[in-house]
Design a protein around this ligand. Sequence first.
Ligand SMILES: Nc1ncnc2c1ncn2[C@@H]1O[C@H](COP(=O)(O)OP(=O)(O)OP(=O)(O)O)[C@@H](O)[C@H]1O
Ligand SMILES: O=c1[nH]c(=O)c2[nH+]cn([C@@H]3O[C@H](COP(=O)(O)O)[C@@H](O)[C@H]3O)c2[nH]1
Ligand SMILES: NC(=O)CC[C@H](N)C(=O)O
Ligand SMILES: [Mg+2]
Length: 538
Amino acid sequence: METKATIRTAATPEHAAPEAEPAERLPMSTDAVVVLDFGSQYSQLIARRVREASVYCELLPHDATWSDVAPLRPRGVILSGGPASVYEPGAPQLPAWVLESDLPVLGICYGMQLLAHALGGAVEPAAEREYGPATIEVFEPHPIFAGLPERLDVWMSHGDRIARLPEGFAPLARSGNSPYAAMARGNLIGLQFHPEVAHTPLGRVILRNFLYDVCGCAGNWTAESFIESSIAAIRERVGNDRVLLALSGGVDSSVAAALIHRAIGDQLTPVFVDTGLLREGEPETIKEVFGRHFKMPLVAIDAGERFLARLRGVLDPEEKRRIIGDEFVRVFEAAAVEHGPFRFLAQGTLYPDVIESATAVSKAAAKIKTHHNVGGLPADLRFELLEPLRFLFKDEVRTIGRLLGLPEEIVQRQPFPGPGLAVRIIGEVTPEAVTTVRRADAIVRQEVEAAGLSAELWQFFAVLLPVRTTGVMGDYRTYAQVCAIRAVTSEDAMTADWARVPHELLARISNRIVNEVPGINRVVYDVTSKPPATIEWE
Ligand SMILES: Nc1ncnc2c1ncn2[C@@H]1O[C@H](COP(=O)(O)OP(=O)(O)OP(=O)(O)O)[C@@H](O)[C@H]1O
Ligand SMILES: O=c1[nH]c(=O)c2[nH+]cn([C@@H]3O[C@H](COP(=O)(O)O)[C@@H](O)[C@H]3O)c2[nH]1
Ligand SMILES: NC(=O)CC[C@H](N)C(=O)O
Ligand SMILES: [Mg+2]
């Protein structure tokens, strides 16, 4: 379940995400399906829904080859939607292996149109586009609709439609706008609507029908099976060598620590770096909590001055991220001289970090930002990476953490990005700016916790803006900086909504920040969801 042993050399492309070796990802007995990503904004959601149905799956680029896919021994293939039109020149096409493999196929939206196009049907622009809720009428029985009513509320998002079915396909359902809302020929199935989104309320049943009845999956992807197989894989890969674990005290690296420790015991050395960009009280809390719950010695390194020195004068967010990723590794290299030798660097990297950082997962998906622990790693990394959580979503990691016996105070911590306060200071990261945003952040945290809202929110924090505005305090004119408050709800950080927190809470936060934090005279609340914004401002 971790990345393949690759010692990075000068020849390795700069900042490329390390490729994982599929054979290491799951035990022989686990059923898997492949999701081919044609660029839909919902591709990750399909993967999540499949995992929720206890079937292992991976999201692969639409042009993945059979040799990419074969090690997973898939029992079926799901084709995602996508922004292109199949009949346009250059539109992504169906890889030949999909039909040659005789595997069951579920094409969703663009995926359905591709199946139709590849098998001799006709796809054309629809006279009327169909975006939003629709009701379909299922008039032909098929296992994909087993146990479902004849009329189904679904979510549509398409501008093309199938004008003629390919030979041998039967229409299964229609909507007001789509005469072919679903089609099938045996185990080749197409759906014009999106079963993966919450707005298709019975979509999970449709996906389960595909996975269990059409593909014959047993649903044996569970947290317990993951723990067992990763422990075996870690032992085999690490052998008698030693591992340096980058421990932030956050959920992901704490769970990685517990898992790897269970596999290799004291061959593991956790290293916590105080980057000088952490929240108020964080270094102390982490050392204290770690000492209470983990039976391993922790190496703590104070590297605040190094990080701040390298960030001086840097304004560009991606440049900040790259520098921080690089500096982390330099600190680990120095730690290796003192406490090593270490063959492996372990990190709590998760699937969303990988998906959003690089185009390694999806050539059709754009790079949003360089997570310091993925795309921000230097090209000359001297460690092999050990990332046992690299294919997991956050909720899966929390479940695994609980099964490994970690307490709620660790498992429920709000996520905090590795680049820390540096990406919450828009513009240059100066020691003064760090002090200012840290104080404001502490107030946000205290007040949200006092209001009893922390469990409902995914993240809540302060952002310091490089904007000064006029104010009046004690009859004097002030001209000081603006602080933005960000509070979001989310399931997995891939999408998020701004939290509708009580106005009284915002009033208390605003009052305290303006009164207690020198340099800030105005507080604003961020009311943007993700997408179109991201959770962090940089
Ligand atoms: N201050 C730090 N010291 C050592 N390693 C760190 C530090 N900050 C981040 N890392 C490494 O980078 C990885 C990614 O950071 P990230 O914030 O995504 O995960 P996390 O801190 O483990 O969990 P969470 O998302 O809950 O904060 C961590 O899992 C850890 O391996
Ligand atoms: O370890 C990390 N290194 C990073 O470089 C990084 N950037 C964002 N985040 C966290 O990831 C989630 C999604 O954030 P965005 O919506 O801002 O992309 C949110 O939970 C962010 O806090 C990071 N975590
Ligand atoms: N959501 C989709 O997959 C859209 C498919 C195609 N681009 C269309 O507009 O019909
Ligand atoms: Mg963190």
